[in-house]
Design a protein. Sequence first.
Length: 399
Amino acid sequence: MKVITFGCRLNTFESRIVQKMGDGLDRVIVVNSCAVTQEAERQCRQAIRRVRREYPDYKIIVTGCAAQLNPEKYAKMPEVDRVLGNKEKLIREALYAPDPILVGTDMIQTSSFPLVTDFEGRTRAFLQIQQGCDHACTFCIVHMARGKNRGLHPDLVVRQAKTFIDNGFSEIVLTGVDLTSYPYGFNSLLRRLLTEVSGLKRLRLGSLDPAALDDEFIHIVADFPSLMPHFHLSVQAGDDLILKRMGRRHTKKQVIDFTRILRKYRSDIVLGGDFITGFPTETSDQFQNTLDLVQEAQMVLLHVFPYSVRLGTPAAKMPQVDISVRKERAKQLRVLGENNLNKQLEQMIGKRSRVLIEKDGGGLTENYIRVQTDVRGSVGEIVDVLLTERRGHELVGKA
């Protein structure tokens, strides 16, 4: 069985579960879809048609958020044999059942997820600790596809992390729909993992909501070097009025102040962020505030998306910005991010860094910068290198 994955790290985690459960299925392809934007859905449908052309005799199962939201739409595609919801794709019996549509309205309880003990071809293990979201941003439909906030019990999280370490992983990445809303206490979970999981060399975090990051989180960053100095923030915009219309809970000042405090404790921190350009009603001055935030916060690893209308959301009913303007602003923001990244890379030249080897001599620094190195090291090993030069968006490391 083959699994094709779209979307977030959470889908990556779940695809691995699907792959393990479907080992006994022959000539089957599962498309794990994404519905974060209309464009994401378009790409999923395009991939389904391509898969049918390339594998005419295979059975195609579509699952994921797009399937959860519009099961009939995908069931009507001539290329599709079966449609499974987000809960059903994680139930072995549902994966093997003959029903053309199995999509329930209730969501999977995180505590019942099977434990995944390996990620084939990866040196970093993704550990899902949380599902769902209680914050209905006006542009987002994911809360409808994933349900309300719920989390894996801390004891199970720690047990899963220890399993990963026992299986040879050097780095664990925590993932979820809304990580910082982890219902058992996000900060307390971090402390448990960083103190109780012996042999955990690297703990990395998925996307974080700036509104939920507090002084205790900053102290954890300061106290535990094994918490990687790379943080990806779900910022979305740098103008307070646009943030309010998005339904976000932070301000521009909060983001900038938070990043400045972080750097007082960890000078090697690299920051990334999610951004939407051309959100409904956004003016050029409001977009400039986003550019200013990125510059002041020294954000370098940006995920930039022109606003995409998502039918069924409040933002879809707001006055829209012209598509060409959305795309042009996205281009400007990406250029700024690339410039900031290049500056970051130049600043790192001449310094030593520890790189987790992934494949072909390439790997990631602690602050999530990609490095190509001639240091001999096995896949999954962490090696010490001297950063000598920049090649594009990567650095070169020497022994």
